[in-house]
Design a protein around this ligand. Sequence first.
Ligand SMILES: Nc1ncnc2c1ncn2[C@@H]1O[C@H](COP(=O)(O)OP(=O)(O)O)[C@@H](O)[C@H]1O
Ligand SMILES: [Mg+2]
Length: 260
Amino acid sequence: MSSTPLASIKGLSKRFGGIAAVSDVSFDLVAGEVTALIGPNGAGKTTLINLVTGVLACDGGTISLEGEDITARPTHQRGTAGIARTYQTPQIAHGMSVLTNVMAGAYRFGQHGLLSSVFRPWVVMKENDEMAARAAQCLTRAGVAEQWWQRLATDLPYGLQRRVEIARSLAQDPKLLLLDEPAAGLNPSETADLSRLLSEIAADGRAVLLVEHDMGMVMSISSHIVVVNFGRKLAEGTPKDIASNKDVIAAYLGADEAVA
Ligand SMILES: Nc1ncnc2c1ncn2[C@@H]1O[C@H](COP(=O)(O)OP(=O)(O)O)[C@@H](O)[C@H]1O
Ligand SMILES: [Mg+2]
């Protein structure tokens, strides 16, 4: 890869008791590109996302963002530094409207704390308006029509909840966006919309890490693919390299899945 990576993962490892969920995995993430992370169920993909976002502490290895080692930083600091994610099962706050859910993603841009809200409420109201405007913009971009914005987010159909999650992560204006199986449960036309959206998000100049089983989607929008199996990196390369890699084909056939 010629461009300087936005983020680098080096020798990352994580054990759960006797299970080596992630073993010595290294790869780079480049701004403006979708990098796919694929592998059979249980290969360690979600664990890797949890290590990069800081939800889990790693046992070994380093994660750097824009040349800075962030391995020891807590999750919220990684969020402020520009890392956002979506979950394998949408994590939508109960009892909150769609708009409020997405505004929660924009909170890191808030400048004014509790004291302001007591003594200078007009400042906070203005800030709230700005966050609502940002949330509205992100919802529109993620393809959630305005008719849904005041509804309870948990009342939305599944496909739309996934879009709300992406809108919330976009409201953080991330440099690196990690998506855990975003096409799971979507129909082909929703998946095609999602592919377009993720390509556009990368074209903004963000690095996108896509964990996904839909090989059509992976092959069509990724610049680079990393394959993991039993926690280890099995291969990495362009979609063309990966589609013809014998180890990858064997791992997928072993798991009763085929690389398209
Ligand atoms: N919190 C946990 N505690 C114990 N084992 C876990 C935990 N999370 C994941 N694992 C195990 O680690 C391995 C990798 O899991 P995971 O990262 O979820 O894989 P993938 O997302 O690729 O399907 C699996 O064997 C899984 O059972
Ligand atoms: Mg997973």
